[in-house]
Design a protein around this ligand. Structure first.
Ligand code: NAP
Length: 488
């Protein structure tokens, strides 16, 4: 592949050459999916376009490796994952550049992502050796119940473009720790990171066939073919709720076990008694990590009337001061969006809100020139039923709504089909916890703008998903409990 100037004198071709990765072999494949630099729109590389036959060969490879991998002692699986963590950490700067290059996110965000992504390997290296079973007497006291956890089997992993490293490791880590073999299909916009990580996996000693990676322009039929294959027992998907619904229907045909990490529409609730600077710091993280392209991104700022004006003023100052530019430029604080389509969506949502009375205190208009940029924007006086209160903005736009009472804030926060994340700011911890309990989401940040942690269960309620990734339960998403009724 061609290297971008951002890599001059830096790139190690062994990490960045790409191809389908099936059964431990790199294949040139056919066709080509261009990978673009969102800061310019220029092509930076090309990856193969796998078809159904390739996908079924990947299932063959995963199945061939399955028996030996599930019988590999947990300690050995753990050590391989730990080596993978170390290699990612050693190559962190290079991986971060690659992420910035193909995804557009600011280098600081990309560095944060690599550290976060690697931690899933370290965490699951530790968890691999800690899977417990269960022993009980039946209530009658006569019989015995023994519960074991077995690897669920060959797993298909599908990931989005917004965290190309972390969404992959958050699935590969627990799957491998549990004793499963996998086929990873990364997003077409950001496949280079996935292939680079597969290279490091090889170096870490992951046996052939345990991790397979393929890219395709035909994800629907390719995934359907894998799910229809009875050897595939698990689908773990991270992406939009719309595609999640399609995949749940597809998996239903063969009753394949599913974990779904889907879209979000996080409310960020600020009460009058919140510490203003802390709320603004948290707001900037919750809104602007990845330029707003995060499932946990604060999508709706509900601010109580007493602190509303000061909050809007402070947020406007901070947003207006952000430096926009190519992600891999070290000065950049907000990179481009992933595609022109993403910019068009943001523009549509902002225009609709403005046509209904919202005012931009900074930004609010698309930008001319190359690259897929949208400026950091703050909107105030947004009607609570604006389209951007229902749809994921997925960009650097903070929409601020004013509220009076606690009940009102909770009602607004819950007026969505999503239930992934919420944020609450108040000095009164009793109130913050009370409100957090009444907001229907899988995760709540209390006086914190960042909640992602490999040691915590990540996931949503309602149409934000099924199951949890990370934490002590994440490994169980890749295991089946087996009950033995034992007489002795
Ligand atoms: P997406 O359009 O749903 O795509 C996600 C993945 O699914 C990509 O690999 C995509 O492949 C693939 N895909 C698309 N259509 C498919 C089909 N019919 N069958 C099988 N696979 C298919 O989502 P995205 O735009 O990449 O990511 C943004 C979304 O992900 C947002 O909604 C965000 O909230 C969500 N997200 C959720 C979490 C979470 O943990 N809950 C984390 C991150 C992101 P192609 O790229 O080839 O189309």
């Amino acid at each position: 592949m061609t290297f971008h100037t951002a890599f001059a004198g830096y790139a190690d071709p062994s990490l960045h050459s790409a191809g389908l990765f099936i059964g431990g072999k790199w294949e040139a494949g056919t066709g080509g999916i261009p990978v673009l630099d969102p800061s310019t729109g220029n092509t930076i590389g090309e990856v193969p376009d796998a078809g159904i036959d390739d996908a079924l060969r990947a299932v063959d490879a995963a199945e061939a490796a399955a028996e030996s991998w599930r019988n590999t002692p947990p300690r050995e699986r753990s050590e391989i994952l730990r080596r993978w963590f170390t290699l990612m950490t050693e190559r962190a700067e290079e991986l971060a550049l690659l992420i910035s290059l193909e995804n557009g996110k600011a280098l600081a965000d990309a560095r944060g992502e690599v550290a976060y992504a690697a931690e899933f390997f370290r965490w699951y290296a530790e968890e691999a050796a800690r899977v417990s079973g269960e022993f009980r007497h039946t209530p009658s006291g006569v019989h015995n119940i023994l519960v074991d956890h077995e690897p669920i089997g060959v797993s298909v992993l599908i990931t989005p473009w917004n965290f190309p490293a972390a969404m992959a490791t958050r699935k590969i880590g627990p799957a491998l720790a549990a004793g499963c073999t996998v086929i990873l299909k990364p997003a077409s916009e950001t496949p280079l990171t996935a292939y680079a990580m597969a290279r490091l996996g090889e170096e870490a000693g992951v046996p052939p066939g345990v991790v397979n990676v393929l890219t395709t322009t035909n994800p629907g039929p390719v995934t359907a073919a894998m799910l229809a294959d009875p050897r595939v027992r698990k689908l773990s998907f991270t992406g939009s709720t719309g595609v999640g619904r399609i995949l749940l229907a597809e998996a239903a045909k063969s009753v394949v076990n599913c974990s779904m990490e889907l879209g979000g529409n996080a409310p960020f609730v600020v009460f009058d008694d919140a510490e203003l600077d802390a709320a603004l710091d948290g707001a900037m993280v919750a809104k602007m990590r990845n330029g707003g392209e995060a499932c946990t991104a604060a999508n709706r700022f509900y601010v109580q009337s007493g602190i509303h004006d000061a909050f809007v003023e402070g947020l406007t100052k901070r947003m207006a001061a952000l430096k926009l530019g190519a992600g891999y430029d070290p000065e950049t604080q907000c990179g481009p969006m992933i595609t022109t389509k993403a910019v068009e969506k943001i523009d549509r949502l902002v225009a609709e809100a403005k046509s209904r009375g919202a005012r931009a205190t900074t930004g609010g208009e698309p930008m001319a020139g190359n690259g897929y940029y949208y400026p950091p924007t703050v909107l105030e006086n947004v009607p609570t039923d604006a389209a951007l209160a229902q749809e994921e903005i997925f960009g650097p736009v903070a929409a601020v709504y004013c509220f009076e009472t606690e009940d009102e804030a909770i009602r607004y926060a819950n007026e969505t089909e999503y239930g992934l994340a919420a944020y609450v700011y108040s000095r009164d911890i009793m109130r913050a916890m009370r409100v957090g309990r009444r907001i229907d989401t899988g995760m709540v940040g209390i006086n914190r703008g960042l909640m992602s942690d490999p040691a915590a269960p990540f996931g949503g309620t309602k149409q934000s998903g099924l199951g949890r990734e990370g934490g002590v339960t994440g490994i169980l998403e890749f295991m089946e409990p087996k009950y033995f009724a034992v007489e002795f």
